[in-house]
Design a protein around this ligand. Sequence first.
Ligand SMILES: *Cc1c(COP(=O)(O)O)cnc(C)c1O
Length: 394
Amino acid sequence: MTAEFPGGDPLVERMRPFGTTIFATMSALAVKTGAVNLGQGFPDTDGPAEMLDAAAAALRGGFNQYPPGPGLPVLREAVAAHQRRFWGLEYDPDGEVVVTAGATEAIAAAILALCEPGDEVVCFEPYYDSYAASIALARATRRPVTLRPGPDGRYAFDPDQLRAAFGPRTRLVLLNSPHNPTGKVFTRAELQLVADLCQEYGAYAVTDEVYEHLVFDDAGSPHVPLATLPGMRERTLRISSAGKTFSCTGWKVGWASGPAALVSAVLRVKQFLTFVNAGPLQPAVAVALNLPDTYFTGFTTGLQSQRDQLRAGLADAGFTVMQAEGTYFITTDIRPLGGTDGIEFCLALPERSGVVAIPSQVFYDDKDAGRHLIRFAFCKRPEVLTEAITRLNP
Ligand SMILES: *Cc1c(COP(=O)(O)O)cnc(C)c1O
């Protein structure tokens, strides 16, 4: 006897709300219309030459087999040294650092490792698109807190909404600063509020700091890792990756640092997701993390001038432009241009102006909060930005 083939959509129910990502849709539209793609946030130049040379040498130098589960020691040491140099944070490379397949795997493994079904995850919307999916995979529940632009163009949240999002089932808060897609850099006072609530409710913090080196000099605050606040190191898992800082988003080399119990929990899950990845790229990322300060300041200055260029062009085109304090992104209000719905606006923009942007509302649960906002990436060569600006200002 054969059981009947079940038929229908084989996808588990909890993943059905997650369709094709907006990036696939918009990138396909960019190709079809020949538009300048300022949608997806990846750079169009390669990272530092020293890093690329080290990767090429490693490929020829016997680094092509499985690295150790927690990552190559040389990379774990570089991750620890980098955090000591820039943020004064001390982590033992042997037990308090784990290398992952990008920040994305670290986030997924952290949520899967720490959340029981029904646990709640507090996160700020709009959020990076993998957060909701990872929370759903763990059968946990997201408790969004909404970021809205104020009259000064800076995004902020209502402290009462943050407080109300915490409760007896809160397991962790997932915090991304500098924040994609808003370009917000959380201030010390805002972080203190998050820290106080974590301590009051016995919650962990998982921080996504992939833009740690992209805070511009006119930001309202420098980058403050949440783990540096009193009482937070012991409950925070700090995540970052090479992709954004070293312009190598295709490498997918990330890491998580924190107290040994949290890192070990992540490792227990991670070993059955990918086990390990990017063997020959790991020593190259170690070289990059150890580059002198001038690399990091030059990187920030370069991106800031690209931001300034696009910001001016978007303002000339008539958008209301929000503060972009950090990251690769700038968001704008489309209402001065007669737009009301960002999805409609972004679907029409390639035909209308030959440029692709991303509607912010896809990153919100509260669609009304993001309906009039769209996001442009400025991590592109100046001549590409010039072309986009020319098209937006016919
Ligand atoms: C790009 C990005 C990531 C993904 O990083 P990978 O190292 O490529 O996995 C995670 N979080 C945010 C906010 C990002 O913008």
